[in-house]
Ligand binder design. Structure first.
Ligand SMILES: [Zn+2]
Length: 148
């Protein structure tokens, strides 16, 4: 996967939503959770807030967008062969690494994370920026631009 520091301008795949203008005019679109081995990231002290993690899983299960054909793998260090294509509470496979989640801050910035962020938070203790945690806890999902 490609590494982008948190809260830098999003450039990975701006055309992923169908249409020439996937993001509304004037909206600030920022990266969250584009981790890569060799780049340190902040971690939670102790476990992440359960509501945050639960909402994040729901977001990925129900609101993944920009699906890719292949999978991004996590390249962080793992306990032996743990499987991260794990299931949501209701048993659906999440196919992490295959799409993005888009949430919105109260002041209208869009935060774009790979859906692998669930795995980073759950299994690597990654602590996303406060804006992202807040937007996920509020389930403030970015609107999807309809196909023309
Ligand atoms: Zn991993």
């Amino acid at each position: 996967m490609t590494y982008y520091p948190d809260l830098t301008p999003y450039v990975y795949w701006p055309e992923c939503v169908v249409g020439d203008q996937p993001y509304p005019d004037g909206v600030e679109v920022l990266n969250v959770g584009w981790l890569e081995a060799g780049h340190d990231f902040p971690t939670f002290e102790g476990d992440p807030d359960p509501q945050f993690l639960k909402n994040l899983i729901t977001l990925v299960a129900d609101h993944s967008v920009c699906a890719t054909r292949g999978f991004h793998d996590c390249d962080q260090r793992h306990m032996d062969g743990e499987d991260f294509q794990f299931q949501s509470d209701d048993g659906r496979d999440l196919f992490l690494g295959s799409a993005e989640v888009h949430v919105v801050t109260p002041d209208g910035r869009w935060l774009i994370a790979p859906n692998l962020v669930v795995h980073y938070v759950r299994d690597h203790g990654y602590r996303p920026p406060e804006e992202f945690v807040e937007a996920v806890e509020a389930m403030r999902v970015a609107p999807v631009t309809p196909s023309p």
